[in-house]
Write a protein that binds this ligand. Structure first.
Ligand SMILES: NC(=O)C1=CN([C@@H]2O[C@H](COP(=O)(O)OP(=O)(O)OC[C@H]3O[C@@H](n4cnc5c(N)ncnc54)[C@H](OP(=O)(O)O)[C@@H]3O)[C@@H](O)[C@H]2O)C=CC1
Ligand SMILES: N[C@@H](CCO)C(=O)O
Length: 443
């Protein structure tokens, strides 16, 4: 009789329940592929009494996921709880300390502690890495693509739409004119958002995933603290409309690239040309593009969030464990990862979108243009939008009028743009802080 692979499943929320259901639905084929049944034999979650719509009568229940990690009958520990510390970290550390293989969907945990956890896991005789396909871009198999399919390539850039919640919000705001809060509530209802959706909309979730992609792509230690992070909460319908008029769409991108003698990691709302592949990725879909010397650019597209999509990736990692495939966590031994060396973000070169409210009087536009020229910035286009009554001057004897101006720059540096914005913001003709969105050069 063939021994089954006994899974200890910590977390029975959106992802955990989907893992249970998918393992059941795909049971026969999975067994045929790996030569043994894969069964969930023990679980952990907070509320034992909660109706989860699945039969848990045959599995052992643990209130504490660390106790589950100590269960001698399990062969692999799956963590789908979430959070960079707390119960998820304690349980994963306990499983690794015992030499148990670990599969996790928890990018926050790995972005913060991935280097140490990988070293600890690989220090065992078995040298087993941590499976984390589900932690980056949901159902897209980008981790195994970088880890196993591309070692023949020197990678120069990896970038993409890495957060389903943000892409879903931006798509619906653009297509249906819905407000931000309505779209976010719907993403939460659909199970896409993190327990604390601030992680999604302020860019931290994308940053966690980008940090892992950087480690995989460049063989450097994971360093989430080195990432420039801006979220989408300040994006307005006016920005989306202006981008559309100028031939762009706004996407939250994570970008890691070689620059000078270091690596640049950025997460921010980005203007992407409508003609680019990435501009056509809508809703909860994610896309990850990899630029390399031998292959050129490849783009992987698929659902970036949601129970089933994520469970698909968890099961791919479980198959590795069931068949005894031992792959280091980041595609090379943890001890061989190079220290991360950050490129100076001030030297980042690219185009920029600026939106300003300026007073409608002679010389105002010339003042803006002068500051741009003073900082060596050439303008590709200037769009003067319709006049709007000035909101900050109620009751003025002669109401002043402000008008939105949108500028698109040719390639310049972050340093130059920030300095120009500082000088422009100090001018009395400018009402409110200028809005800046970076433009990514894409094929
Ligand atoms: N949802 C998605 O689309 C995706 C999620 N992920 C990641 O997967 C992980 C899980 O996400 P998701 O399923 O959405 O999260 P949920 O919030 O839906 O589920 C979390 C689960 O963890 C359990 N849990 C929380 N705290 C404890 C604790 N102290 N002890 C034991 N169990 C606990 C909860 O128990 P209870 O049910 O009793 O409250 C719940 O079952 C996260 O790391 C997330 O980032 C990755 C890709 C996609
Ligand atoms: N909250 C995440 C889940 C997938 O990692 C997202 O929206 O992409």
């Amino acid at each position: 009789m063939v021994e089954p692979l006994r899974v200890g499943l910590a977390g029975l929320g959106t992802v955990g329940i989907a893992v249970l259901r998918l393992l059941e639905r795909r049971r026969a084929d999975l067994e045929a592929r790996c030569g043994r049944p894969i069964v969930v034999s023990a679980v952990s979650a907070r509320s034992r009494g909660k109706d989860r719509g699945v039969d848990l009568s045959d599995v052992t229940w643990y209130d504490d996921p660390a106790d589950l990690a100590h269960d001698n009958s399990i062969d692999v520990f799956v963590e789908v709880i979430g959070g960079e510390d707390g119960p998820a970290r304690r349980a994963v550390e306990a499983a690794i300390a015992r030499g148990l293989p670990v599969v996790t969907a928890n990018k926050a945990l790995l972005a913060r502690h991935g280097n140490a956890l990988a070293r600890a896991a690989e220090a065992h005789d078995t040298g087993i890495g941590i499976g984390f396909e589900a932690a980056v871009a949901g159902g897209i198999p980008i981790v195994r693509t970088l880890r196993e399919a591309l070692p023949g390539n020197a990678i120069s850039r990896v970038y993409g739409i890495l957060n389903g919640t943000c892409n879903y919000i931006l798509t619906r705001m653009e297509r249906e004119g819905l407000d931000f809060a309505t779209c976010l509530a719907e993403a939460q209802r659909l199970g896409y958002a993190e327990a604390d959706p601030t992680f999604d909309i302020e860019g931290y979730d994308t940053a966690h995933k980008l940090a892992l992609l950087t480690g995989l792509a460049f063989g450097t230690e994971v360093d989430a603290d080195a990432i420039l992070i801006e979220g989408i909460s300040a994006i307005t319908p006016e920005d989306i409309a202006a981008a559309d008029e100028l031939g762009y769409r706004i996407k939250l991108l994570g970008v890691a690239s070689r620059a000078g003698d270091g690596i640049e990691q950025r997460v921010h709302p980005t203007m992407v040309p409508k003609s680019s592949a990435i501009a056509r990725i809508d809703g909860v879909l994610n896309a990850v593009a990899v630029d390399s010397d031998a292959l050129g650019e490849i783009v992987l597209v698929g659902p970036g969030a949601g129970g089933e999509a994520t469970a698909s990736s968890v099961i791919a990692d479980l198959m590795d464990v069931a068949t005894g495939r031992h792959i280091p966590t980041f595609g090379r031994p943890a001890s061989a990862m190079q220290p991360y060396s950050a490129a100076r973000i001030a030297r980042h070169a690219g185009g920029y979108y600026l939106r300003l409210l300026i007073e409608d009087r002679p010389g105002a536009l010339a003042t803006i243009a002068r500051h741009m020229a003073d900082h060596g910035i050439s303008l590709e286009s200037i769009v003067q939008r319709r006049r709007a009554p000035r909101a900050d001057a109620p009751g003025a004897a002669v109401p002043s009028v402000v008008q939105p101006i949108v500028l698109i720059t040719y390639e310049t540096t972050e340093e130059a743009v920030r300095a120009a914005i500082g000088a422009i913001a100090a001018e009395s003709v400018v009402a409110g802080p200028p809005k800046m969105i970076r433009i990514e050069k894409l094929a």
